[in-house]
Design a protein around this ligand. Structure first.
Ligand code: MOS
Length: 736
């Protein structure tokens, strides 16, 4: 039986619930010292004086580091995307660029001693008013940064003329707040220098390879002298896909004190020591015929970024690809530089913001034309990418819409707002569609067949909690003809074959494709041994005649077989290695446009007196190509929908406009959904094998499922109440 396609439970589940999975901050080493960061309370200015005397005399303190005595980092300049990291280097000068910036680092025998000593440091600041992001002035303040990832602007046809001439026009501005990742596991680093100058960084990161690259650049030591290790992540959400100042501080502090240094961010520090999702101000204009067919789309987005990094939240990119518009599609992105740490990708970046604007506007168009929202989307569906004119590799969006609608019972919906009720509650039903970028990245992997007939899979890729350890075992198992529990997977260590970061929902399609290639290479070597090795059992047979099942090689035409273990023993070897090198052309250079798709349906109930919105039920239909493990896939979808519920109803990071500080820096001030917020979630997969996307036929899944949850809910809220909320989150005060 094939392992791929089976709903296998995660192999690391038992380890995690039994405390056997070690997260970065759990790792204990002898002689370790603890570091605590002290951060600035102002957002703009400089430190005039720092008095560290009391801190230095406090119990247990080893050293107090400030910009005055911190060793210099390499003043290299790099684009923050290559490798990914905040380019501002900590404790190098007296300038303050954002509130919550590191201004001192205390190293002590215990964490409590370090944190306490930090409170004894006295700072005098020269303070300037911070530049903060203001939605009202964003348009005026915005500038076009250099291109970073995708083109900033796009124009196909003449969107503005088409919209000007359109029978039906929609033009609205949609706004979303800053959000923070808030993973359960805080960022942490344990830095260890060996006597030969090798640096090992145990780091809570989604990219061991990128972290090594960045540390090499900044610390000025060759990559071969750095190991980065991260075997388990307690949530990454994009926040751990960049390197941040605390990792560099830990590395240098360990060098200075000549012993291992452990540094863990506090929950409050998780707001400014690492990134966040930038707010967006998005304007959408749609032109359409009376039948709802789009003639033009214009989508412009502005986001704040730090003073030193041009982080562009590509919110308008979805509008380049999702719907066809006969007259043209135009998009643009600009940024506003403010006194803030650098934003970064967060839980379905780009798309999750862009679709709120686009799919809310589509709902407004449905209302304006009187066309049913599902039917409106079917009418604007396309099998050709409007942006590149290439055919989509696979696009089961129509099926997502029709099958999802059938499962949801959309035909029972009455279109008029406030027309559906349950007791005293207003009932609303909303739909939204989504398109999600598919990434194709190079990846390597190694598969080793062992003397006992088991196999080892190795790659410097990650399991960010989604099931990579398990799906890689499934894929290797099928390629090798072994049961998945005969496979051990090792990830998250730069000493393993180079792979890509765990970002963009790309690990199954790419890193796991490399595992399949490696396993097939190992299998091929075993077959060769059986055909031509010592006492070759299949001497004279052809490669194609060999079948492998249950760890046993056999011949289709003869009643002969031999296990991997016997084969290796017969040849006097203890292991057999296969290397996988997956090297796809980048998606943009391929013949087809590759994306994942979904249609999602939300039902809410709204308390008409209190304005409280509760999610009643939710149906998601997803085209993510071939599903490798339906159980872990469903878990990802549930997680993504819950992220979307947070985006729709709860999450917002608030900034004090005077001090420039984040105000709600903890789980009580920053709201995320809890079990009580989440009803039964109904997840279905449509679509199938996509040969352009990956040798495994899989497309990106995880983050797709977070996209368009917010507009589906906001559209449902409109249907329930008649109130269109264009500013997330949808909170009580906006509905009263
Ligand atoms: Mo994801 S926000 O691409 O780590």
């Amino acid at each position: 039986m094939n392992a791929v396609g089976q709903p296998i439970s995660r192999f690391d589940g038992r380890l995690k619930v039994a405390g056997g999975a070690w997260y970065t901050a759990d790792i204990s080493l002898g002689g370790v010292a603890h570091a605590a960061i002290v951060y600035s309370t102002i957002a703009n200015g400089r430190t005039v004086s720092i008095d560290t005397q009391a801190a230095e005399k406090a119990p247990g303190v080893v050293i107090v580091l400030t910009h005055k005595n911190m060793p210099r980092m390499n003043p290299v300049t790099w684009s923050h995307l290559h490798p990914q990291g905040q380019t501002y280097l900590p404790l190098q000068d007296d300038r303050i660029h954002y509130a919550g910036q590191p201004v001192a680092l205390v190293v002590a025998a215990t964490l409590d001693q370090a944190a306490y000593a930090g409170t004894l440091i006295k700072f005098a600041y020269e303070t300037h008013l911070p530049v903060v992001f203001d939605q009202r002035t964003a348009k005026k303040d915005a500038v076009e940064p250099p291109r970073r990832m995708w083109p900033l602007s796009s124009s196909i046809g003449d969107a503005d003329a088409a919209i000007a001439d359109a029978a039906i026009k929609i033009e609205q501005t949609y706004t979303m707040p800053d959000r923070h990742h808030n993973p359960m596991e805080p960022h942490a680093t344990l830095a260890v220098w060996e006597e030969d100058g090798t640096l090992t960084l145990y780091d809570s990161t989604q990219m061991v390879v990128g972290t090594r690259k960045l540390a090499s650049l900044v610390l000025g030591i060759p990559e071969e002298k750095i190991n980065v290790v991260c075997e388990f992540l307690g949530g990454g959400f994009g926040g751990k896909s960049w390197s941040w100042p605390h990792t560099l501080l830990a590395a240098l502090a360990a060098k200075v004190v000549n012993r291992p240094v452990r540094l863990q961010l506090t929950r409050a520090q998780m707001y400014s020591m690492v990134g966040h999702q930038a707010a967006t101000v998005q304007t959408i204009a749609l032109g359409a015929e009376h039948d709802g067919k789009l003639t033009g789309i214009r989508h412009d987005s502005i986001n704040p970024t730090s003073l030193f990094d041009d982080y562009v939240e590509y919110a308008a990119v979805a509008s380049r690809h999702l719907w066809q518009a006969s007259g043209g599609i135009a998009t643009s992105h600009r940024v506003v530089h403010v006194n803030r740490n650098s934003p970064v990708v967060l839980r379905a970046p780009m798309e999750a913001q862009g679709h709120f604007a686009l799919e809310s506007a589509m709902d407004e168009l449905a209302c304006a034309t009187g066309v049913d929202p599902v039917e409106l989307r079917l009418r604007n569906d396309t099998l050709t990418d409007p942006y590149s004119s290439r055919p989509f590799s696979t696009r089961a969006l129509g099926e997502c819409l029709t099958k999802g609608a059938a499962r949801f019972g959309w035909d029972k919906r009455t279109p008029e707002p406030r027309s559906m009720r349950s007791g005293r509650y207003l009932i609303g039903q909303g739909v939204a569609a989504a398109i999600y970028t598919h990434w194709r990245w190079p990846a390597k992997a190694r598969v080793t067949l062992k003397a006992n007939g088991s196999a080892l899979v190795e790659a410097a890729a990650h399991d960010i909690g989604t099931g990579t350890y398990t799906v890689m075992a499934q894929v290797a198992a099928d390629a090798l003809g072994l049961a998945p529990d005969r496979i051990v997977v090792r990830l998250g260590d730069t000493r393993l074959p180079e792979s890509h970061p765990a970002i963009g929902s790309s690990t199954v399609a790419n890193a796991t494709a490399a595992v399949m290639l490696a396993a097939l290479a190992a299998r091929q070597r075993a077959v060769e041994l059986a055909l031509t090795g010592r006492d070759a059992p299949f001497d004279g047979a052809a490669t194609d005649d060999v079948i492998i099942a249950d760890g046993r090689l056999g011949l289709t035409k003869a009643n002969l077989n031999i296990t991997y273990a016997e084969l290796l023993a017969r040849n006097g070897i203890s292991s057999l290695v296969g290397d996988g090198d997956y090297n796809p052309v980048e998606e943009v250079n391929g013949p087809k446009a590759i994306f994942s798709f979904s249609a999602v349906f939300a039902e809410v109930r709204v308390d008409p007196d209190l304005g409280l919105v509760r999610l009643n039920r939710f149906v998601g239909a997803y085209d993510a190509g071939r599903i490798i493990n339906p159980k872990t896939a469903r878990s990802q979808a549930i997680g993504g929908i819950i992220w979307g519920v947070g985006q729709a109803l709860l999450e917002q990071s608030e900034t004090d406009p005077v001090s420039g500080q984040y105000i709600n820096r903890n789980y009580s001030g920053y709201l995320v959904p809890t079990n009580a917020d989440i009803p039964e979630l109904d997840v279905m997969f449509v679509g199938g094998f996509d040969e352009e996307a990956s040798p495994l036929g899989a497309k990106g899944l995880g983050e797709l499922t977070a996209v368009s949850v917010a507009p589906a809910i906001a559209n449902a809220v409109y249907h329930a109440t008649g109130k269109r909320i264009r500013d997330l989150p949808v909170t009580v005060e906006k509905l009263l």
